[in-house]
Design a protein around this ligand. Structure first.
Ligand SMILES: NC(=O)c1ccc[n+]([C@@H]2O[C@H](COP(=O)([O-])OP(=O)(O)OC[C@H]3O[C@@H](n4cnc5c(N)ncnc54)[C@H](OP(=O)(O)O)[C@@H]3O)[C@@H](O)[C@H]2O)c1
Length: 275
């Protein structure tokens, strides 16, 4: 979802070599090192991941190899070619158990509650081995390519008169277009290496996010607010998720990168999605 859009945008300004799982399995260390040697990139951007949060619970070993261990292959390749690594991470590295009026800064200690979060945290540690690295933690990502929450809600609205959506998990819906713009600015500015929280501005819950989607798309399906506990009773196999994964964007703003409000990014996305 992110990689495809990013490649298309970057091709307007840079020479880009895009890879997929068919052309380069990031778990294959030799292949990763060989590819980097061949290309000699200035930047390596890792958008690849095992992103199905619930599936990570039952396939944690595979998730660990893709989200965690494979990132060490990419950092080694970056170091070998003196390239800058841009690695995409997640708000789910945090436990999300702080009161809702508190938000996470990059300096705060991660403590994931899910297999996805745990494996992505290993990925962050491995990304740091590149030395020249940016770790961009994003959240609640949606875009025109691939499956995402917005598309799921649009589909469910056609199948049901009322849907139940969790209203006690707080975060920032983020469009792939916003994240691409952040990545492009990081590439242009080359700020100090480190972690940057990279989401749209503002916070909401999944339930209020859904209501906003329906409002913009003029959909009449009712949205019922439920708790995470009620959701878990309905879907016992589902992963635990942070209740509050609100990320501070102060560090990003301090380097002159100002993401748009999540509502504005959603409107822009729906204009295309509903065409
Ligand atoms: N989606 C979200 O809500 C969200 C939220 C926070 C952070 N993020 C992070 O944002 C980044 C982009 O996410 P996204 O939603 O664009 O993900 P996505 O659509 O699931 O794309 C990830 C891609 O990685 C590929 N991949 C999986 N294993 C691989 C391997 N071993 N080698 C090479 N490629 C492999 C997948 O291929 P297959 O499809 O063939 O498996 C898929 O094309 C990820 O780092 C993700 O963790 C996403």
């Amino acid at each position: 979802m992110l990689g495809g859009e990013l490649k298309e945008r970057l091709e307007k300004k840079y020479e880009v070599v895009g890879t997929t799982i068919e052309t380069l399995d990031i778990c294959d260390k030799e292949a990763v090192l060989k590819k980097a040697k061949e290309i000699k990139p200035y930047f390596i951007i890792n958008c690849a991941a095992f992103t199905n949060v619930d599936a990570c619970e039952v396939k944690e070993e595979i998730a660990l190899s893709v989200n965690g261990t494979a990132v060490a292959n990419i950092s080694e390749a970056a170091k070998q070619e003196n390239a800058i690594l841009i690695h995409i991470s997640t708000d789910y590295v945090f436990a999300g158990d702080m009161p809702v009026d508190k938000i996470y800064t990059e300096a705060m200690e991660p403590n994931p509650v899910s297999a996805y979060g745990r494996t992505k945290l290993v990925g962050e540690e491995n990304a740091k081995k590149a030395e020249k690295y940016y770790i961009l933690r994003t959240a609640w990502l949606y875009g025109l390519r691939g499956k995402n929450f917005v598309k799921t809600m649009l589909r469910l609205s056609k199948e049901h008169d009322e849907i139940s959506v969790v209203d006690d998990q707080h975060g920032s819906p983020t469009s792939t277009t916003t994240l691409c713009k952040i990545i492009e600015q990081i590439m242009e500015k080359e700020p100090e290496y480190g972690i940057y929280h990279s989401t749209n501005e503002g916070f909401t819950t999944w339930c209020k996010f859904t209501k906003k989607i329906f409002e913009i798309a003029n959909i009449k399906t009712k949205v019922k607010a439920i708790t995470s506990e009620e959701y878990k009773q309905m879907y016992p196999q589902s992963s635990d998720r942070p209740k509050n994964s609100q990320l501070s964007k102060e560090k990003l703003k301090n380097i002159g990168i100002i993401p748009s409000k999540w509502e504005d990014a959603l409107k822009e996305y729906l204009k295309e999605e509903l065409k």
